[in-house]
Design a protein around this ligand. Structure first.
Ligand code: GDP
Ligand code: IMO
Ligand code: MG
Length: 437
């Protein structure tokens, strides 16, 4: 019998309403020398915006996992994702301009395609849910309805003008019917055929500039075994998009996204063999809380007092530029998210934002009994003095203690700036543990 490569996967997961800084943490972890061979995205699409800084340049990754910046051999966009070819082409062009090899990006042929029509339908829904308008919901709906378009089988025909024409008309008639049924309006404004030409061209461009991965990519007869002939095991860094509170099933439904965001979905959304081993779950949360779009937000600052935090934390959506709503850290919600996600270790980001110049005090909600939120208050802290574990003292130490006591999980690392190395270990790194820094 063929000897198979052993697969272990770690997952980075957001624990609030998205934008916790997952991209930066995934970038940092991917850079641990020799530790990961594969980085991967298992859910979501261009609704995600993961901001990373590479050699002083800011880059917003939407569907390409952050391992691309660490030159990992495989950077996989898994079957659980959806892509918009036009937006992915732009993203890959930016990555190429930074000098990275775009052929290490593997796009699963099982990924569903967002078409220009789905963008229109999503924008129509935008008012009620406050979606990103990128066509995510309608595309996952098509997938569930078995009427979606996948990368597979489609790309090789797309150069033929005849095929393009028939695809455009088929889609127009189908989407138009859905649009009329749902919104009782006649049809789209125009056929969007010009947008479709750009869309088809982008798809062709992608097949030439990135690698298309077969459905069995990680299985015994899949390409992974050809790529890693020199290894008996590989470790995957799975980078979650959105977050637990936006999960389609366990988040604040219906104010959620359309995919499953929990780490337990990672092996499904990547097509890993059932025997692949789960490694570590790394939970990421901000020292406060933000939400972009509609939906409940129990600890939201509704009196404008979050404006300074918004400004200091540059809390504007990475994908849509929308102003994020600001609130305090919500420990009961965080506890729920940690338990569902099975978090092994926590990373707390944006601790630098809560400085005395921005806010007089910092509150944390520790109970929501009977619908009433109860808070504990701390003095704001100056994180510029925190360079190592022994510098964690005073009100920041008490804040950290409260969080760890409440959750029963170590906050192993705090992040005090947007750069990849703006991180401080809160405890000395244990000997021989590669994945904590
Ligand atoms: P993601 O979607 O979870 O990857 O997060 P986003 O990229 O959407 O939003 C996080 C924002 O905060 C980005 O602009 C990051 O550059 C920035 N960021 C990450 N960590 C820190 C931090 O510790 N301090 C500050 N000030 N900014 C941070
Ligand atoms: P990252 O991965 C923050 C929010 C939208 C909206 C809801 C549904 O960067 O953390 P969708 O377009 O998915 O149908 O919108 O989910 N949302 C996000 N908020 N960060 C994200 O991704 C988000 N992706 C979706 O604002 O409320
Ligand atoms: Mg984001």
């Amino acid at each position: 019998m063929k000897s198979l490569i052993k697969i272990i996967y770690d997952v980075v997961v957001g624990l609030q309403f998205g934008d916790e800084g997952k991209g930066k943490i995934a970038q940092k972890l991917a850079l641990i020398p020799g530790f990961y061979q594969v980085s991967a995205r298992f859910n979501g699409g261009p609704n995600a915006g993961h901001t990373v800084i590479h050699e002083g340049k800011k880059l917003v990754l939407h569907v390409v996992p952050a391992g691309i910046l660490a030159k990992l051999r495989v950077n996989f966009i898994g079957p659980g994702c959806v892509i918009d070819p036009v937006l992915l082409k732009k993203e890959v062009e930016e990555i190429q301009a930074l000098g990275f090899d775009s052929k290490t990006i593997y796009l699963s042929e099982l990924v569903h395609l967002i078409t220009p029509y789905e963008r229109v339908i999503d924008k129509k829904m935008n008012g009620a849910l406050g979606t990103t308008g990128k066509g995510i919901g309608p595309t996952y709906a098509h997938k569930a309805n078995r009427s979606g378009l996948r990368v597979s089988g489609f790309t090789k025909y797309i150069n033929s003008p005849k095929v393009r024409e028939s695809v455009k008309w088929d889609l127009y008639l189908e989407e138009s019917r859905i649009y009329k049924d749902t919104y009782r309006e006649e049809s789209f404004d125009g056929l969007l055929f010009e947008e479709f030409e750009e869309w088809f061209d982008a798809l062709v461009w992608l097949t030439e500039n990135i690698s298309v991965a077969k459905a069995n990519f990680f299985l015994s007869d899949g390409e992974v075994h050809e790529i890693f002939t020199d290894r008996s095991d590989i470790r995957i860094l799975a980078e979650g998009a959105q977050s637990v509170m936006l999960d389609n099933t366990y988040g604040t439904y219906p104010y959620v996204t359309s995919s499953n965001c929990l780490p337990s979905y990672a092996p499904v959304g990547l097509g890993l063999p059932g025997k692949a081993k789960k490694g570590r779950v790394i939970g990421v949360f901000k020292a406060y809380n933000t939400r972009v779009g509609s939906g409940p937000f129990d600890t939201e600052l509704l009196d404008g007092s979050g404006d300074l935090i918004c400004e200091a934390g540059k809390e504007f959506g990475s994908t849509t530029g929308r102003k994020r709503r600001i609130g305090w850290l919500d420990l009961p919600d965080l506890q729920y998210a940690c338990e569902l996600a099975g978090v092994d270790e926590l990373y707390m980001t944006k601790v630098d934002v809560l400085s005395p110049g921005v806010t007089g005090s910092v509150s944390v909600c520790f109970s929501k009994g009977g619908g009433v939120a109860t808070y504990k208050q701390f003095d704001a802290w100056d994180s510029s003095r925190i360079k190592r574990d022994t510098d964690i003292t005073g009100s920041f130490r008490s804040f950290l203690d409260l969080v760890e006591e409440h959750l029963g999980i170590l906050v192993g690392t705090v992040s005090n700036g947007p750069e990849v190395n703006d991180l401080v270990r809160t405890k000395p790194t244990p000997e021989g543990v590669g994945y904590v820094m």
